[in-house]
Design a protein around this ligand. Structure first.
Ligand code: FAD
Length: 383
């Protein structure tokens, strides 16, 4: 059973939700997800099916192969994808948003024309390399260095946690062009991930096994100067320009998966009988389910609000941080409640709950940790 109240969605948005759930139900059935989570196989077929249906380009203009949709449309789509499975939502976001939005928002016309239509068609995938061993939350302290030589830049350094780099054709690499410049020394490059000098080493992580993270080593990697995104040393502003949309995506994923966990726990509670009745009749279980519903609905409200603010060109840094915090924490707290509701079954690998629990834990850590989001909010409140 699906817990869903579609009030406020347009007919098109309802169609987006129904159509993507139907598609993923066919190409990525639940039994398959469970197997892929064990083997760590990338959901290539489902990814291509999303691209073939046009969903990679939902928010991009038709001239680049997109659909010209709104950010609210995108929030509805990302929520539905993550309702089906967080791993395919992550794979989707990495190329469709982390990759494509950098090129769309900050790239020049030649870069847009060269890369966006191919991303939309699913022909190429991107991964985003910001984090490094010594620079996580403190992005301005990255050490990867890019030095201009003629018509190229030569890049040396190491990236960490680069999601989906193992399947990427291209990387967005954030590097220092002025090592002493702090934020003002950062530039962003498109890099061919298949060339010599790029080494991708998969990491062993707690969750999100099908869209896993990687170490990326860059040794004398050459990239054309024409593939620099934006101006030299202006990369910080480019990064900031994409943050709202990236975090909107994370909030939508947290929301969608919170509803999935709720529905899964609710179904189980109605079927599991103890003391002669379904455990869903016990008030302590009912209260957990009610709290899960509140958390998921709250996350959805804040997420849709950010989408609408972006659609109306309204400033929304504070709202985006709130949505990212609330949705990612809702996702993990729902999974934690869900595991308690399933009891021992939740702790076994026979049920999906342990995967939900592992997959949800990264939300408050990645994409600017929730501590950093709270710092942003405190700064905006002039604390
Ligand atoms: C599954 C996964 C996928 C990821 N995918 C990508 C990706 O595709 N590309 C990419 O570039 N990165 C990616 N990351 C990296 C992610 O963005 C970082 O993990 C995150 O920014 C935190 O950095 P860190 O892990 O180095 O933690 P640190 O920065 O070392 O922080 C450790 C702890 O200290 C806290 N902390 C740090 N500074 C402050 C402060 N000023 N105030 C309060 N608390 C603070 C943090 O909140 C955290 O709790 C991924 C990470 C994970 C786990």
């Amino acid at each position: 059973m699906e817990t869903v109240n579609l009030f406020g969605l347009t007919d098109e948005q309802r169609m987006i939700r129904e159509s993507v759930l139907d598609l993923l139900g066919r190409v990525l059935p639940r039994e398959k997800i469970k197997v892929m989570d064990k083997t760590g196989e990338y959901p290539a077929e489902a990814y291509q099916a999303l691209a073939d249906a046009g969903w990679m380009g939902l928010i991009y203009p038709e001239q680049y192969g997109g659909m010209g949709g709104t950010y609210k449309d995108f929030a509805v789509l990302a929520e539905a994808i993550a309702y089906h499975y967080a791993g395919i939502a992550q794979a989707y976001l990495v190329s469709a948003i982390y990759g494509a939005s950098h090129i769309f928002k900050n790239g020049n016309e030649a870069q847009r024309a060269e890369f966006l239509p191919r991303i939309m068609r699913g022909e190429i995938k991107f991964a985003l390399g910001i984090s490094e061993p010594a620079a996580g939350s403190d992005v301005a302290s990255i050490r990867t260095r890019a030095v201009r030589q003629g018509n190229e830049y030569v890049i040396n350094g190491q990236k960490l946690y680069t999601t989906c780099a193992h399947v990427a054709d291209y990387l967005i690499v954030v590097a220092k062009t002025n090592p002493d410049g702090g934020q003002a020394g950062i530039s962003i490059f498109i890099v061919d991930a298949r060339q010599p000098g790029v080494t991708v080493r998969p990491m062993d992580m707690l969750g999100r096994h099908t869209s896993h993270t990687n170490e990326v080593f860059l040794d004398d990697v050459r990239t054309p100067a024409t593939w620099m995104i934006g101006e030299e040393n202006n990369g910080w502003h480019c990064l900031m320009a994409c943050l709202n949309v990236e975090r909107l995506g994370m909030a939508a994923v947290g929301t969608g998966n919170s509803f999935k966990v709720l529905d899964y726990a609710l179904d189980y509670a109605k079927q599991r009988v103890q003391f002669g009745k379904p455990i869903s009749r016990f008030q302590s279980i009912q209260h957990k389910l009610a709290d899960m519903r509140i958390m998921a609905e709250n996350a959805r409200l804040l997420t849709y609000r950010v989408a609408e603010l972006i659609d109306h060109d309204q400033p929304c840094i504070m709202e985006t941080s709130m949505a990212k915090i609330v949705a990612t924490e809702a996702n993990f707290n729902c999974a934690n409640h869900g595991m308690q509701i399933l009891g021992g079954a939740g702790y076994t690998c026979d049920y999906d709950m342990e995967m939900f629990f592992r997959d949800a834990r990264v939300g408050p850590i990645g994409g600017g940790s929730n501590e950093i989001q709270r710092n942003i909010m405190a700064k905006l409140m002039d604390c």
